[in-house]
Ligand binder design. Structure first.
Ligand SMILES: Cc1cc2nc3c(=O)[nH]c(=O)nc-3n(C[C@H](O)[C@H](O)[C@H](O)COP(=O)(O)OP(=O)(O)OC[C@H]3O[C@@H](n4cnc5c(N)ncnc54)[C@H](O)[C@@H]3O)c2cc1C
Length: 516
């Protein structure tokens, strides 16, 4: 997949049916939906696919137990069905993850037992398994590190787990399989209007500085917490609609939660939900919900958020992680839509779609689990406005790129049917079968594959989102940076200065994911 070939395609005189700004879950989902319906589709991403919130999730494909507690049954129903569809369409990326909910009060068992039974039933034929009550002994067998004092028993229920940035890469490739063009490191730097109506975008290539003007019949602003910046390009007087809320996770050693069950604390002392999830060879613990004044493509965890997660780990998983237990800490921003704004245009309880006077669509909110449904809504809305020719949505049963049901329990599982192509590289050159770092589960062939087939351009693209090295061991990933930079440079023809700059930039970034 050659980036220049993609760039050569974009400035065609004939307008694109849909130009999507933003390569997170929302934009990528729309690209898949629109391309699969046969529309001429372009997506441009300012940094890299899933650079924003979409690589910083808890990694759950879920109905949202929290929404059930709030009585939002229809939202949970919708998300549970999307969960089932995603597992059916991308079995190589979604696995069933049993959760233990520990009970420390006598009323927890009947309360959570009933709620989680309803949760299991709502999923209907797309269910992942029925919940059940468990004794204290079984709770400790399934989650041996649970704090024993006061433990009465618990509930086991089932949800899905996925790898968020790998799903993003998979959606990018699925959209391409259906004829769409998607390009990263290509920010929208201006909008094109004709007689007051949106008519395209201008983009600036980060590597060459070249500016392209792109004609479009419709423009979709799917930039997550950044939607207001694009909205003000469209109409300088547009009122901001997003209030970002930050959530952090810490990633610790597996010894904090051995076994294959997650732990869900439904109500912490201050009323939040806390998850501890086995993921790769570590445990991901989070999250928080902190209103923040500014948006950033690299949000930083706050000291109070880290303390919240550490103290609750100590409270529920018996011991407090020490700095050298922490492999990584990462933050993401939820694009919460301010109350009242766009309320009349809300199509689903969970996400918001607004049309500006120019006709530009803004879509934000929702969650990874419901990306497909959001995309269907978005394309249906463009169709209803007469911008797109009516064609049926086919994504409910559309198999995603790499679809494979073959059990493959090694670190190549995430590639699905592409795993053979990755392994093939290592057959040609045995050196590429070597690990990129002794403490990371990735081989050198994966770096090449990321560059050749997955549009990775930078060290960060490879270590943060094609592999998950940054999240599973930030220090080791920083140490792997020189090798990765050299491999990308050899592949793409960059010089030593490029490599040095890439290594310095990546190591500075990775330092922000470590706790000293
Ligand atoms: C802490 C946390 C945990 C979560 N956990 C879960 C979970 O377990 N399960 C779940 O289902 N959901 C979860 N979510 C929700 C889910 O992650 C988000 O709903 C989803 O990722 C939002 O995707 P998005 O595409 O709207 O935004 P983003 O992923 O932020 O994508 C927007 C993209 O737009 C790009 N962009 C910005 N400006 C421009 C421009 N000028 N030109 C081009 N591109 C631009 C950005 O670089 C970015 O990549 C979680 C969210 C948070 C914050």
């Amino acid at each position: 997949m050659n980036r220049q070939t993609l760039l050569d395609r974009i400035a065609t005189a004939e307008p694109w049916d849909v130009v999507i700004i933003g390569g997170g879950a929302t934009g990528l989902g729309i690209a898949v939906d629109a391309a699969a319906r046969g529309h001429k589709t372009l997506l441009v991403e300012a940094y890299d696919f899933a650079k924003g919130t979409s690589s910083r999730a808890t990694k759950l494909v879920h109905g949202g137990v929290r929404y059930l507690a709030q009585g939002n049954v229809s939202l949970v129903y919708e998300a549970l069905h999307e969960r089932g569809r995603l597992q059916a369409n991308a079995p190589h990326l979604v696995k069933v993850l049993p959760h233990v909910v520990p009970a420390y009060q006598w009323y927890d068992m009947p309360f959570y037992g009933a709620g989680l039974l309803l949760y299991s039933i709502l999923a209907g034929s797309l269910g992942f398994g029925m919940s059940r009550l468990i004794s204290k002994n079984e709770a400790l067998r399934l989650a041996p590190t649970l704090t024993q004092r006061g433990l009465l028993g618990g509930v086991v229920y089932y949800d899905g787990q996925f790898d968020d940035s790998r799903l993003a890469v998979t959606l990018m490739r699925t959209a391409m399989d259906h004829g769409a063009t998607l390009i990263n490191h290509l920010p929208v730097t201006g909008l094109v209007h004709q007689d007051g109506a949106i008519a395209g975008v201008t983009v600036t290539d980060r590597s060459s500085g070249q500016v392209y003007t792109i004609n479009a019949k419709s423009v979709v602003n799917a930039t997550g917490v950044f939607v207001d910046a694009i909205r003000s390009m469209d109409a300088p007087t547009a009122k901001p609609i997003v209030a970002p809320s930050q959530g952090i996770h810490i990633v610790v050693d597996r010894s904090f939660l051995p076994g294959d069950h997650a732990v869900m604390i439904p109500k912490t002392a201050d009323g939040r939900v806390l998850f501890a999830l086995p993921w790769h060879d570590c445990v991901v613990i989070g999250t928080t919900d902190t209103g923040v004044p500014n948006t950033s493509s690299e949000p930083r965890p706050l000291a109070a958020e880290i303390e919240f997660v550490l103290s609750h780990t100590e409270k529920y998983l018996s011991r407090r992680p020490q700095p050298n237990d922490i492999r990584s800490v990462f933050a993401g921003l939820r694009p919460l839509v301010k109350k009242g704004e766009g309320a009349t245009k809300t199509l689903s309880r969970d996400h918001t779609i607004l049309f500006a006077e120019s006709g530009m669509m803004t879509i934000t909110g929702g969650k990874w689990t419901t990306y497909r449904h959001m995309a269907e809504d978005a394309v249906d809305q463009l169709t209803a406005r007469g911008v797109l020719v009516a064609k049926p949505c086919i994504t409910k049963t559309l198999r995603l790129h790499g679809y494979s049901t073959a059990p493959d329990n090694d670190s190549m599982q995430m590639y699905g049917s592409d795993a053979a192509a990755v392994r093939e590289l290592a057959v040609h050159n045995p050196e590429w079968a070597g690990l990129i770092h002794p403490e990371l589960p990735y081989i050198q062939a994966e770096v090449l594959y990321a560059v050749r087939a997955e549009l990775a351009c930078t060290v960060e693209d490879v270590l943060a989102r094609r592999t998950r090295a940054l999240l599973i061991n930030a220090r080791a990933s920083a140490e792997a940076a020189p090798l990765v930079a050299a491999m990308i440079a050899a592949e793409l023809g960059h010089d030593q200065a490029w490599q040095d700059a890439q290594v310095a930039e990546y190591q500075a970034l990775a330092a922000g994911y470590q706790i000293s």
